[in-house]
Ligand binder design. Structure first.
Ligand code: SF4
Ligand code: SF4
Length: 210
């Protein structure tokens, strides 16, 4: 009997470890293998021509095992959730969710480039929300201005100052919110809920090549 025969089922044999990692860890990642590379999603995406790798290409790269190129890509961060691709994909892939899932996973495994603007803003938004259980829009706006350094922040704040003054005059903005603002009623309950969700998420992530 030839003991060198590879009995791995063909479908299993051609699944790269990165595809398996995506299937295990990325929201709706198990759909990636269903892509037939027709290109409808990339052609339908309003931002398609600006993407480094449009969705069709990202799926092909996942199947080719290009882990670092995919997870360090800017592309999935550009998805605006317009859902054009989902309604048109002949295979019914939940492309939007996969894109956001890949962005989230890239963040979890620390492969997002430091200067990725959407990721930076997402982190600011999260920090702002998690602090008091509600979004403090004034502090979030200021954090956005200063996201890329003091000089740029001052320049943007000066450029926007007239709008800020008008908003304060018409009571659409309360400058006192800059000092912290109010929190939701059950802040400690909210924080416990976030902590539990983070624990569950951490337990769900499977290591690479598992
Ligand atoms: S439209 Fe669907 S099947 Fe076609 S390339 Fe995009 S994801 Fe793949
Ligand atoms: S949902 Fe995202 S990937 Fe799909 S068409 Fe819109 S921007 Fe492009």
């Amino acid at each position: 009997m030839n003991t060198n025969v590879d009995n791995t089922a063909p479908a299993q044999k051609y699944r790269t470890s990165f595809l398996q990692e995506v299937e295990a860890n990325v929201e709706e990642g198990h759909w990636v293998k269903m892509c037939m590379q027709c290109g409808v999603c990339s052609g339908s995406c309003p931002l398609g021509k600006h993407w480094e790798h449009p969705p069709q290409e990202i799926f092909m790269m996942i199947r080719a095992g290009k882990r670092e190129a995919v997870l360090t890509s800017e592309s999935m961060w550009m998805c605006t959730s317009c859902y054009n691709c989902i309604v048109r994909c002949p295979r019914g892939l939940p492309i939007t969710h996969i894109m956001h899932g890949l962005a989230h996973y890239a963040k979890r495994v620390s492969l997002v480039p430091d200067n990725q603007q959407t990721a930076k803003f997402a982190q600011l938004f999260w920090n702002n929300l998690a602090l008091k259980g509600r979004v403090n829009e004034l502090r979030l706006g200021m954090a956005l201005y200063f996201m890329n350094g003091l000089g740029e922040g001052i320049k943007t704040a000066l450029k926007m100052k007239d709008i800020g003054i008008d908003l304060a005059k018409t009571k659409r903005m309360n400058p006192m919110e800059l000092l912290g603002g109010h929190s939701i009623k059950d802040l400690s309950g909210f924080k416990n809920m976030l902590k539990k969700a983070q624990e569950l998420e951490a337990a769900r992530i499977q290591p690479q090549n598992a």
